[in-house]
Design a protein around this ligand. Structure first.
Ligand code: ATP
Ligand code: MG
Length: 360
Protein backbone atom coordinates (compact mmCIF):
# COMPACT_ATOMS: atom_id res chain seq x y z
CA UNK A 1 0.00 0.00 0.00
CA UNK A 2 1.34 3.42 -0.84
CA UNK A 3 1.27 5.91 1.95
CA UNK A 4 -1.40 8.55 1.70
CA UNK A 5 -2.47 11.67 3.59
CA UNK A 6 -5.89 13.14 4.21
CA UNK A 7 -5.71 16.94 4.09
CA UNK A 8 -8.44 19.48 4.86
CA UNK A 9 -8.09 22.37 2.40
CA UNK A 10 -9.64 25.63 3.66
CA UNK A 11 -9.15 28.52 1.20
CA UNK A 12 -10.98 31.12 3.37
CA UNK A 13 -11.21 34.67 2.01
CA UNK A 14 -9.69 37.05 -0.51
CA UNK A 15 -6.34 35.99 -1.93
CA UNK A 16 -6.58 32.81 0.19
CA UNK A 17 -8.85 31.51 -2.56
CA UNK A 18 -6.25 32.41 -5.18
CA UNK A 19 -3.08 31.10 -3.54
CA UNK A 20 -4.47 27.86 -2.05
CA UNK A 21 -4.95 26.26 -5.51
CA UNK A 22 -1.26 26.95 -6.17
CA UNK A 23 -0.30 25.31 -2.88
CA UNK A 24 -2.42 22.33 -3.91
CA UNK A 25 -0.75 22.23 -7.33
CA UNK A 26 2.66 22.01 -5.62
CA UNK A 27 1.40 19.29 -3.27
CA UNK A 28 0.14 17.21 -6.20
CA UNK A 29 3.44 17.65 -8.07
CA UNK A 30 5.35 16.52 -4.95
CA UNK A 31 3.02 13.52 -4.51
CA UNK A 32 3.63 12.46 -8.12
CA UNK A 33 7.39 12.92 -7.85
CA UNK A 34 7.72 11.07 -4.53
CA UNK A 35 5.02 8.42 -4.93
CA UNK A 36 2.60 9.15 -2.10
CA UNK A 37 -1.15 9.65 -2.20
CA UNK A 38 -3.21 12.71 -1.26
CA UNK A 39 -6.83 12.79 -0.26
CA UNK A 40 -7.71 16.49 -0.38
CA UNK A 41 -11.09 17.58 1.00
CA UNK A 42 -12.04 21.22 0.40
CA UNK A 43 -14.18 23.17 2.88
CA UNK A 44 -15.95 26.47 2.25
CA UNK A 45 -16.32 27.42 5.92
CA UNK A 46 -14.05 29.89 7.73
CA UNK A 47 -14.99 32.49 5.12
CA UNK A 48 -17.14 35.60 4.72
CA UNK A 49 -19.50 33.71 2.37
CA UNK A 50 -20.11 31.06 4.98
CA UNK A 51 -20.70 33.76 7.59
CA UNK A 52 -23.25 35.55 5.38
CA UNK A 53 -25.15 32.33 4.79
CA UNK A 54 -24.99 30.78 8.29
CA UNK A 55 -24.30 33.62 10.72
CA UNK A 56 -21.25 31.78 12.05
CA UNK A 57 -17.77 30.97 10.76
CA UNK A 58 -17.79 27.20 11.29
CA UNK A 59 -20.40 24.41 11.24
CA UNK A 60 -21.48 22.88 14.55
CA UNK A 61 -19.56 19.63 13.92
CA UNK A 62 -16.30 21.21 12.69
CA UNK A 63 -14.16 19.61 15.39
CA UNK A 64 -15.14 16.03 14.55
CA UNK A 65 -15.08 16.75 10.83
CA UNK A 66 -11.54 18.17 10.86
CA UNK A 67 -10.21 15.73 13.45
CA UNK A 68 -10.26 13.02 10.80
CA UNK A 69 -7.53 14.77 8.80
CA UNK A 70 -3.75 14.43 8.97
CA UNK A 71 -3.30 18.19 8.54
CA UNK A 72 -5.14 21.43 7.77
CA UNK A 73 -4.05 23.58 4.83
CA UNK A 74 -5.45 27.09 5.18
CA UNK A 75 -5.34 30.20 2.98
CA UNK A 76 -6.41 33.34 4.82
CA UNK A 77 -9.41 34.28 6.95
CA UNK A 78 -10.77 37.84 7.11
CA UNK A 79 -13.00 40.08 5.05
CA UNK A 80 -13.66 43.16 7.20
CA UNK A 81 -16.24 44.56 4.77
CA UNK A 82 -18.56 41.65 5.67
CA UNK A 83 -17.46 40.47 9.11
CA UNK A 84 -15.24 42.26 11.67
CA UNK A 85 -11.75 40.73 11.92
CA UNK A 86 -12.02 39.85 15.62
CA UNK A 87 -15.25 37.92 14.91
CA UNK A 88 -13.89 35.97 11.93
CA UNK A 89 -10.60 35.23 13.66
CA UNK A 90 -12.10 34.15 17.00
CA UNK A 91 -14.80 32.20 15.19
CA UNK A 92 -12.38 30.10 13.14
CA UNK A 93 -8.58 30.22 13.25
CA UNK A 94 -8.28 30.76 16.99
CA UNK A 95 -10.75 27.92 17.57
CA UNK A 96 -8.52 25.60 15.54
CA UNK A 97 -5.40 26.64 17.45
CA UNK A 98 -7.05 26.15 20.85
CA UNK A 99 -9.17 23.06 20.35
CA UNK A 100 -6.43 21.26 18.40
CA UNK A 101 -3.86 22.36 20.99
CA UNK A 102 -1.52 23.75 18.34
CA UNK A 103 0.80 25.22 20.95
CA UNK A 104 3.86 25.70 18.76
CA UNK A 105 3.64 28.52 16.25
CA UNK A 106 6.62 28.14 13.95
CA UNK A 107 7.86 30.61 11.36
CA UNK A 108 11.02 30.18 9.33
CA UNK A 109 12.88 33.43 8.74
CA UNK A 110 15.06 32.93 5.73
CA UNK A 111 16.36 35.33 3.14
CA UNK A 112 15.76 33.64 -0.21
CA UNK A 113 17.80 34.16 -3.38
CA UNK A 114 16.42 36.96 -5.53
CA UNK A 115 14.62 38.61 -2.60
CA UNK A 116 15.84 41.94 -1.26
CA UNK A 117 16.01 42.27 2.50
CA UNK A 118 15.19 45.70 3.93
CA UNK A 119 18.40 45.23 5.96
CA UNK A 120 21.24 46.79 4.02
CA UNK A 121 24.02 44.51 2.81
CA UNK A 122 22.31 41.20 3.65
CA UNK A 123 22.17 38.41 1.08
CA UNK A 124 20.96 34.79 0.97
CA UNK A 125 22.62 32.71 3.67
CA UNK A 126 22.89 35.66 6.07
CA UNK A 127 19.41 35.20 7.51
CA UNK A 128 18.24 31.66 8.26
CA UNK A 129 16.49 30.97 11.53
CA UNK A 130 13.17 29.96 13.10
CA UNK A 131 10.90 31.83 15.48
CA UNK A 132 8.98 29.48 17.80
CA UNK A 133 6.10 31.20 19.62
CA UNK A 134 4.11 29.74 22.52
CA UNK A 135 0.58 29.80 21.16
CA UNK A 136 -1.80 28.94 24.02
CA UNK A 137 -1.08 30.78 27.31
CA UNK A 138 1.23 33.47 28.72
CA UNK A 139 0.29 37.10 28.29
CA UNK A 140 -2.83 36.29 26.23
CA UNK A 141 -4.97 35.12 29.14
CA UNK A 142 -8.31 36.79 29.68
CA UNK A 143 -7.86 36.88 33.46
CA UNK A 144 -8.30 40.36 34.85
CA UNK A 145 -10.74 43.20 34.85
CA UNK A 146 -11.53 46.77 35.79
CA UNK A 147 -12.36 48.12 39.20
CA UNK A 148 -13.71 51.45 40.45
CA UNK A 149 -14.81 52.27 36.92
CA UNK A 150 -15.70 55.87 36.32
CA UNK A 151 -14.07 57.06 39.54
CA UNK A 152 -10.65 58.60 39.98
CA UNK A 153 -9.49 55.25 41.43
CA UNK A 154 -10.30 53.47 38.16
CA UNK A 155 -7.82 50.62 37.55
CA UNK A 156 -7.31 47.69 35.22
CA UNK A 157 -5.42 44.41 35.68
CA UNK A 158 -4.59 41.58 33.28
CA UNK A 159 -2.69 38.53 34.42
CA UNK A 160 -0.04 36.49 32.60
CA UNK A 161 -0.35 32.76 33.13
CA UNK A 162 2.59 30.43 32.61
CA UNK A 163 2.11 26.79 33.53
CA UNK A 164 5.05 24.46 33.96
CA UNK A 165 3.54 22.13 31.37
CA UNK A 166 2.94 24.99 28.96
CA UNK A 167 6.43 26.44 29.28
CA UNK A 168 8.25 23.11 29.22
CA UNK A 169 6.46 21.78 26.17
CA UNK A 170 7.25 24.82 24.00
CA UNK A 171 10.87 24.83 25.20
CA UNK A 172 11.19 21.13 24.44
CA UNK A 173 9.81 21.68 20.95
CA UNK A 174 12.37 24.46 20.38
CA UNK A 175 15.31 22.45 21.79
CA UNK A 176 14.37 19.49 19.58
CA UNK A 177 14.16 21.78 16.54
CA UNK A 178 17.58 23.27 17.38
CA UNK A 179 18.97 19.75 17.53
CA UNK A 180 18.00 19.14 13.88
CA UNK A 181 19.93 22.21 12.72
CA UNK A 182 23.64 22.53 11.87
CA UNK A 183 24.34 25.34 14.32
CA UNK A 184 22.33 23.89 17.21
CA UNK A 185 21.75 27.24 18.84
CA UNK A 186 18.74 28.22 20.90
CA UNK A 187 17.94 31.82 21.82
CA UNK A 188 15.34 32.52 24.50
CA UNK A 189 13.59 35.89 24.70
CA UNK A 190 12.41 37.21 28.07
CA UNK A 191 12.40 40.42 30.11
CA UNK A 192 13.42 39.23 33.55
CA UNK A 193 14.80 42.58 34.63
CA UNK A 194 11.38 44.18 34.29
CA UNK A 195 8.79 41.42 34.66
CA UNK A 196 9.82 39.84 37.90
CA UNK A 197 7.69 36.70 38.31
CA UNK A 198 6.81 35.02 35.03
CA UNK A 199 9.93 35.83 33.02
CA UNK A 200 12.45 34.56 35.61
CA UNK A 201 10.33 31.40 35.81
CA UNK A 202 10.69 30.94 32.03
CA UNK A 203 14.48 31.50 32.36
CA UNK A 204 14.64 28.91 35.13
CA UNK A 205 12.86 26.31 32.96
CA UNK A 206 15.24 27.10 30.06
CA UNK A 207 18.27 26.54 32.31
CA UNK A 208 16.82 23.28 33.58
CA UNK A 209 16.08 21.93 30.13
CA UNK A 210 19.44 23.09 28.75
CA UNK A 211 21.05 20.47 31.01
CA UNK A 212 19.23 17.79 28.98
CA UNK A 213 20.58 19.22 25.71
CA UNK A 214 24.33 19.66 26.19
CA UNK A 215 24.70 19.61 22.38
CA UNK A 216 22.61 22.81 22.02
CA UNK A 217 24.19 26.23 22.74
CA UNK A 218 21.80 28.47 24.67
CA UNK A 219 21.58 32.28 24.72
CA UNK A 220 19.15 34.45 26.63
CA UNK A 221 18.30 37.98 25.60
CA UNK A 222 15.92 40.59 26.90
CA UNK A 223 13.24 41.25 24.31
CA UNK A 224 14.19 44.90 23.79
CA UNK A 225 17.80 44.27 22.81
CA UNK A 226 16.76 41.13 20.93
CA UNK A 227 14.60 43.13 18.51
CA UNK A 228 17.63 45.35 17.84
CA UNK A 229 19.77 42.28 17.09
CA UNK A 230 17.13 40.92 14.67
CA UNK A 231 17.77 44.02 12.59
CA UNK A 232 21.51 44.51 13.22
CA UNK A 233 22.82 40.93 13.54
CA UNK A 234 20.25 38.46 12.14
CA UNK A 235 23.07 35.99 11.42
CA UNK A 236 23.33 35.34 15.19
CA UNK A 237 20.12 33.34 15.34
CA UNK A 238 19.20 29.74 14.68
CA UNK A 239 16.09 28.90 16.76
CA UNK A 240 14.47 31.70 18.77
CA UNK A 241 11.85 30.72 21.35
CA UNK A 242 9.50 33.13 23.12
CA UNK A 243 6.29 33.53 25.08
CA UNK A 244 2.99 34.26 23.37
CA UNK A 245 3.33 38.06 23.31
CA UNK A 246 7.05 38.32 22.62
CA UNK A 247 6.77 35.53 20.06
CA UNK A 248 3.91 37.35 18.34
CA UNK A 249 6.09 40.40 17.88
CA UNK A 250 9.20 38.49 16.83
CA UNK A 251 7.29 36.33 14.37
CA UNK A 252 6.25 39.46 12.45
CA UNK A 253 9.57 41.24 12.76
CA UNK A 254 11.52 38.17 11.56
CA UNK A 255 9.75 37.63 8.22
CA UNK A 256 9.82 41.40 7.61
CA UNK A 257 13.64 41.31 7.89
CA UNK A 258 13.65 38.55 5.28
CA UNK A 259 11.79 40.55 2.61
CA UNK A 260 8.24 40.45 1.29
CA UNK A 261 5.27 39.25 3.31
CA UNK A 262 4.04 37.33 0.24
CA UNK A 263 6.56 34.51 0.65
CA UNK A 264 6.55 33.87 4.43
CA UNK A 265 5.02 30.57 5.67
CA UNK A 266 3.86 29.44 9.09
CA UNK A 267 2.84 26.33 10.99
CA UNK A 268 0.63 25.88 14.06
CA UNK A 269 1.76 22.56 15.41
CA UNK A 270 0.45 20.01 17.85
CA UNK A 271 3.74 18.14 18.30
CA UNK A 272 2.19 15.11 20.01
CA UNK A 273 0.04 14.58 16.91
CA UNK A 274 -3.07 14.05 18.98
CA UNK A 275 -4.76 16.59 16.71
CA UNK A 276 -4.08 17.85 13.19
CA UNK A 277 -1.63 20.73 12.77
CA UNK A 278 -2.38 23.76 10.62
CA UNK A 279 -0.26 25.30 7.85
CA UNK A 280 -0.92 28.76 6.41
CA UNK A 281 0.95 31.70 4.90
CA UNK A 282 1.85 34.59 7.22
CA UNK A 283 -0.09 37.10 5.11
CA UNK A 284 -3.81 37.81 5.37
CA UNK A 285 -6.60 37.97 2.79
CA UNK A 286 -5.21 41.20 1.24
CA UNK A 287 -8.51 42.80 0.16
CA UNK A 288 -6.54 45.52 -1.68
CA UNK A 289 -5.26 43.07 -4.32
CA UNK A 290 -7.84 40.24 -4.10
CA UNK A 291 -9.51 39.07 -7.32
CA UNK A 292 -6.77 40.37 -9.60
CA UNK A 293 -4.70 37.21 -9.96
CA UNK A 294 -1.48 38.92 -8.85
CA UNK A 295 -1.03 37.63 -5.28
CA UNK A 296 2.26 35.91 -4.61
CA UNK A 297 1.58 32.17 -4.04
CA UNK A 298 4.99 31.40 -2.48
CA UNK A 299 3.88 31.85 1.17
CA UNK A 300 1.22 29.21 0.53
CA UNK A 301 3.56 26.87 -1.37
CA UNK A 302 6.26 27.16 1.31
CA UNK A 303 3.56 26.35 3.90
CA UNK A 304 2.83 23.22 1.83
CA UNK A 305 6.51 22.32 2.17
CA UNK A 306 6.31 22.71 5.97
CA UNK A 307 3.21 20.50 5.99
CA UNK A 308 4.98 17.76 4.02
CA UNK A 309 7.87 17.92 6.45
CA UNK A 310 5.47 17.54 9.39
CA UNK A 311 3.80 14.56 7.69
CA UNK A 312 7.19 12.86 7.47
CA UNK A 313 7.75 13.50 3.73
CA UNK A 314 11.14 15.13 4.34
CA UNK A 315 12.50 14.75 0.83
CA UNK A 316 9.35 16.04 -0.82
CA UNK A 317 9.37 19.01 1.56
CA UNK A 318 12.98 19.81 0.67
CA UNK A 319 12.25 19.49 -3.07
CA UNK A 320 9.35 21.97 -2.86
CA UNK A 321 11.60 24.43 -1.02
CA UNK A 322 14.39 23.97 -3.59
CA UNK A 323 11.90 24.53 -6.42
CA UNK A 324 10.89 27.83 -4.79
CA UNK A 325 14.55 28.85 -4.45
CA UNK A 326 15.37 27.88 -8.03
CA UNK A 327 12.49 29.89 -9.42
CA UNK A 328 13.29 32.91 -7.22
CA UNK A 329 16.90 32.80 -8.43
CA UNK A 330 15.80 32.59 -12.10
CA UNK A 331 13.99 34.91 -14.52
CA UNK A 332 12.63 38.01 -12.75
CA UNK A 333 9.79 38.41 -15.25
CA UNK A 334 8.13 35.17 -14.06
CA UNK A 335 7.65 36.54 -10.54
CA UNK A 336 4.61 38.38 -9.19
CA UNK A 337 4.58 42.21 -9.03
CA UNK A 338 5.46 42.33 -5.30
CA UNK A 339 8.81 40.75 -6.29
CA UNK A 340 9.26 43.12 -9.20
CA UNK A 341 8.03 40.71 -11.89
CA UNK A 342 5.26 40.64 -14.46
CA UNK A 343 3.83 37.20 -13.64
CA UNK A 344 0.53 36.26 -12.00
CA UNK A 345 -0.47 33.92 -9.18
CA UNK A 346 -1.26 30.95 -11.43
CA UNK A 347 1.71 31.31 -13.78
CA UNK A 348 4.19 31.56 -10.88
CA UNK A 349 2.46 28.62 -9.16
CA UNK A 350 2.74 26.52 -12.32
CA UNK A 351 6.41 27.42 -12.80
CA UNK A 352 7.22 26.28 -9.26
CA UNK A 353 5.15 23.07 -9.55
CA UNK A 354 6.97 22.23 -12.80
CA UNK A 355 10.33 22.75 -11.07
CA UNK A 356 9.55 20.22 -8.32
CA UNK A 357 10.46 17.00 -10.21
CA UNK A 358 13.83 18.48 -11.19
CA UNK A 359 14.46 19.47 -7.57
CA UNK A 360 13.62 15.94 -6.38
P1 ATP B 1 -4.04 40.15 8.69
O1 ATP B 1 -5.22 39.65 7.91
O2 ATP B 1 -3.04 39.09 9.01
O3 ATP B 1 -4.43 41.05 9.82
P2 ATP B 1 -3.72 42.34 6.93
O4 ATP B 1 -5.09 42.10 6.42
O5 ATP B 1 -3.44 43.56 7.69
O6 ATP B 1 -3.20 41.06 7.72
P3 ATP B 1 -2.46 41.35 4.59
O7 ATP B 1 -3.73 40.82 4.08
O8 ATP B 1 -1.40 40.37 4.90
O9 ATP B 1 -2.65 42.31 5.80
O10 ATP B 1 -1.88 42.41 3.58
C1 ATP B 1 -0.89 43.38 3.95
C2 ATP B 1 -0.30 44.00 2.69
O11 ATP B 1 0.57 43.05 2.05
C3 ATP B 1 -1.36 44.38 1.66
O12 ATP B 1 -1.00 45.57 1.01
C4 ATP B 1 -1.33 43.23 0.70
O13 ATP B 1 -1.70 43.57 -0.60
C5 ATP B 1 0.12 42.74 0.74
N1 ATP B 1 0.18 41.28 0.55
C6 ATP B 1 -0.20 40.34 1.45
N2 ATP B 1 -0.06 39.11 0.96
C7 ATP B 1 0.42 39.25 -0.29
C8 ATP B 1 0.78 38.32 -1.32
N3 ATP B 1 0.66 36.99 -1.17
N4 ATP B 1 1.25 38.82 -2.47
C9 ATP B 1 1.38 40.14 -2.65
N5 ATP B 1 1.07 41.06 -1.74
C10 ATP B 1 0.58 40.63 -0.55
MG1 MG C 1 -6.63 40.99 7.25
Amino acid sequence: MTRSYRIAVIPGDGIGKEVVPEGVRALRAAADAFGFGLDLVEYGFASAEYWTEHGRMLPEDWFDELSGHDALFLGAVGWPETVPDHVSLWGSLLQFRRRFDQYANVRPVRLMPGVTSPLAGRGPGDIDFYVVRENTEGEYSSIGGRIFEGTDREAVVQETVMTRTGVDRILRYAFELARTRDRRRLTSATKSNGISQTMPYWDERVARMAAEYPDVAVDQYHIDILTAHFVLNPDRFDVVVASNLFGDILSDLGPACAGTIGIAPSANINPERRHPSLFEPVHGSAPDIAGRGIANPIGQIWSASMMLDHLGEREAAAAVLRAIEDVLAGERAELTPDLGGKGGTASLGRTIAEAIPAAA
